[in-house]
Design a protein around this ligand. Structure first.
Ligand SMILES: NC(=O)c1ccc[n+]([C@@H]2O[C@H](COP(=O)([O-])OP(=O)(O)OC[C@H]3O[C@@H](n4cnc5c(N)ncnc54)[C@H](OP(=O)(O)O)[C@@H]3O)[C@@H](O)[C@H]2O)c1
Length: 301
């Protein structure tokens, strides 16, 4: 049973946690801070970030904390965050691509992508691309992409519907963004191979009570959650991310999730919730090429 107490000391390590102000991201950032890391809480609301940082500090962790303004729904803002980071830091040991949005009303990012695809995948693709030179020059670094069990709900990326071209199906669009997270993690691992300092993994946290469900009406949420035998608290949902980011036993290109029944909760283990589509390397490469083209960002190999 792997818990955050199994984490090696993180003193001297630098981590970015997107969406670190709440939910699973908060618990991920807190655990890294407690273990000694310098953690950048990358989120879109300065007030919420400051509140989260103050609460984390009250636990007396041995690391340090910093706020970075990051709006993943705007490619220009992502670039600004990366520039801010690169001015202050010369290395990056852990990039936890955690932030996410689920089933919002139909809407688009500032650059015209369906919101879930745009924030959950395109935003993190762009962020990682901007930070890639720093990752590459760091002796050992890990990139963790937080996906979801929902990635199994679709078997392909519908390139004709990434900008809300078709009638909106909120869960299908969420699932597409989460399949994209899995493709991103595995393709990054393959493409970064010449620089074996980088490890890229995908994880899913199981089923966790957080603000992610904010767009689902309360009565519907109660019905949905009543079907699950066990729903985790955010600290437990953070364990797969923490394992992938810090454990000496983690290996690149893997997919980790909780080990309990149907992987709804539990402790980090290799996920069995993998569909043939998730393993399809040609589909992962196709998505990568699409993302490079639409963002205009080529990773600097
Ligand atoms: N909870 C679950 O059961 C579950 C299951 C499977 C996968 N996941 C995944 O786990 C990750 C964390 O989710 P969570 O459950 O912790 O949800 P959460 O509590 O709602 O946290 C999501 C975080 O993402 C941030 N975010 C949303 N849109 C953003 C944007 N445009 N720019 C920057 N940050 C943005 C939120 O910021 P604000 O606070 O400003 O809104 C928040 O910090 C997500 O990727 C989610 O898909 C969660």
């Amino acid at each position: 049973m792997w818990t955050k107490n199994n984490m090696p000391d993180q003193t001297g390590k630098i981590a970015i946690v997107t969406g670190g102000n709440t939910g699973i991201g908060y618990e991920t950032a807190l655990a890294l801070y407690e273990a000694g890391a310098h953690v950048i809480i990358a989120c879109r609301d300065a007030e919420r970030a400051t509140e989260a940082i103050d609460t984390m500090k009250s636990t007396g962790g041995k690391g340090s904390l910093e706020f970075g303004l990051l709006n993943l729904a705007n490619l220009g803002a992502i670039k600004s965050f990366a520039e801010y980071f690169k001015q202050k830091h010369q290395r990056l040991n852990m990039l936890i691509n955690n932030a996410g949005v689920m089933m919002p009303p139909a809407s688009k990012t500032d650059d015209g992508f369906e919101l879930q695809f745009g924030v959950n995948f395109i935003g993190h693709f762009a962020l990682t691309a901007h930070l890639y030179p720093v990752l590459k020059s760091t002796a050992h670094c890990r990139v963790v992409s937080v996906s979801s069990g929902a990635s199994t709900f679709v078997d392909h990326i519908d390139y004709d519907n990434l900008k809300l071209e078709k009638p909106y199906e909120e869960m299908r669009e969420y699932a597409t963004s989460k399949l994209a997270n899995v493709y991103f993690a595995s393709e990054l691992q393959r493409r970064a191979q010449p620089f074996s300092n980088l490890m890229s993994n995908a994880v899913h946290p199981g089923v966790v009570y957080t603000e992610l469900q904010r767009h689902i009406p309360k009565d519907q949420l109660e019905i949905a959650f009543s079907k699950y035998k066990k729903v985790s608290d955010p600290w437990q949902g953070a364990l797969p991310s923490l394992f992938a980011a810090t454990s000496p036993s983690a290996s690149g290109g893997a997919y980790y999730g909780p080990d309990g029944e149907n992987e709804q909760s539990g402790y980090p283990a290799l996920s069995q919730r993998i569909t043939p589509a998730m393993k399809d390397e040609s589909k992962a490469a196709e998505l990568w090429n699409y993302a490079e083209e639409v963002t205009g960002l080529k990773f600097p190999y």
